[in-house]
Design a protein around this ligand. Structure first.
Ligand code: MG
Length: 381
């Protein structure tokens, strides 16, 4: 019997695919949360009549409507989100973006729950705080990101000391092979057309700049306690090899399969067991796989992430916040594509590095970095 689930970010891409896995495997869903009280959330509440529902930041109108429809099944606010994540004996799948996601991650771990983590910011921005909560609460942390699930699966039964390096694969995004000149003119619409993965808007732009891969390097550092000089990135446009581990004896293990997020989501739920999945037998016919080094000149975001990761402490939180502000400015047409890493680099230079002990520390650094990034954008408009 699998543990019941709590799905945070239920109306998003990860949330929907998690519910798909749960319904296929017959796993009980005890609760689900979304930011807004949208029609989508109302529909999910109908599909899962046993689940408690949380809308973390609804409008007044949404609140009234949900209360009318769902009565005492529904709760509101970020405290209710945290309470849902702290329910005893559940697996919490966290696909919530931003600081609300971080608080929920900490709450789940402190309650001793299994946390299936798809919320990248939790680890990138709050790595030291999350790891302390993991130690204190005795919960477990399982990656949902495809690359990290791949690494995790390659590492099952292995010791960290036997690892020579972790190799994360990157699709290279829609602008693979572009020169800096080409990148100067690219539009939000072009950046949002990702070749292999279907994801949210920020992460899709982050894939185009390679920031996403940089954030994943930092995530891997915290998840697997691996120094940055033993984490590498290789461009693999087919997205069939999801990542690799090289061991000290020269052996390599790779995780291979169709790019489908339901696979890593399901593994995070069923680990250490496996259950029949949504995908059929893998088709090898006509398959050819290529691997190339990342172009660090056209995509400076990758080195910026390594730099922030090596500085550690609050620097990755600054990187994450500045990038989010810059990506929104790009999507709004207020910043060019090459301006994204520039804004991040300058924000990293300006915001002092501090220790992160509590979630409030992370929230404060995040706020400061956003303010600096906004002021840099104001100055350049
Ligand atoms: Mg990924």
């Amino acid at each position: 019997m699998k543990q019941p689930l709590v799905v945070l970010g239920a109306t998003g891409s990860i949330g929907r695919q998690t519910l798909d896995v749960a319904s296929r495997l017959g796993i009980d869903v005890q609760g689900m949360a979304a930011r807004r009280g949208s029609d989508d959330l109302v529909a999910l509440a109908g599909d899962w009549p046993g689940a408690r529902i949380v809308a973390a930041a609804p409008t007044g109108e949404e609140r009234d409507r949900l209360s009318g429809l769902l009565g005492d099944r529904v709760e509101f606010g970020s405290e209710a989100l945290v309470a849902l994540a702290s329910r005893p004996g559940v697996t919490v799948v966290n696909g919530v973006v931003g600081a609300a996601g971080l608080r929920a991650s900490i709450a789940a771990l402190e309650a001793g729950n299994r946390l299936a983590l798809a919320n990248k910011e939790s680890l990138v921005a709050g790595g030291p705080v999350v790891l302390r909560a993991l130690q204190r609460g005795g919960g477990s942390l399982l990656p949902v990101d495809s690359e990290h699930s791949a690494l995790f699966q390659c590492l099952v039964g292995e010791s960290t000391a036997a690892v020579r390096r972790l190799v994360l694969t990157a699709s290279g995004g829609p602008f693979r092979g572009y020169s800096i000149n080409d990148l100067e003119k690219v539009t939000p619409a072009q950046a949002l057309a990702h070749p292999t993965w279907n994801m949210g808007r920020r992460i899709t732009v982050d894939s185009a700049t390679l920031f996403n891969k940089g954030l994943e390097v930092i995530e891997a550092h915290y998840l697997f306690d691996m120094p940055y000089d033993r984490i590498e990135v290789v461009v693999h446009p087919q997205s069939i090899v999801h990542s690799l581990v090289e061991f000290v004896d020269g052996s390599l293990k790779a995780h291979v399969g169709e790019p489908d997020m339901r696979v890593p989501i399901q593994y995070a739920i069923t680990y250490p067991d496996r259950a029949p999945g949504a995908l059929g037998a893998f088709d090898f016919s006509g398959l050819s796989l290529t691997f190339d080094p990342a172009d660090r000149r056209s995509f400076p975001a990758l080195d910026l992430a390594y730099e922030a990761g090596r500085i550690g402490r609050s620097a990755p939180a600054v990187l994450n916040a500045a990038d989010e502000v810059a990506v929104h400015a790009f999507l709004d047409g207020r910043l060019g594509f090459l301006g994204i890493p520039e804004v991040v680099e300058r924000t990293l230079e300006e915001v002092p590095v501090v220790d992160l002990v509590t979630v409030d520390d992370v929230v404060e650094v995040d706020r400061e970095a956003r303010a600096v990034a906004h002021s840099l954008l104001g100055g350049s408009c």
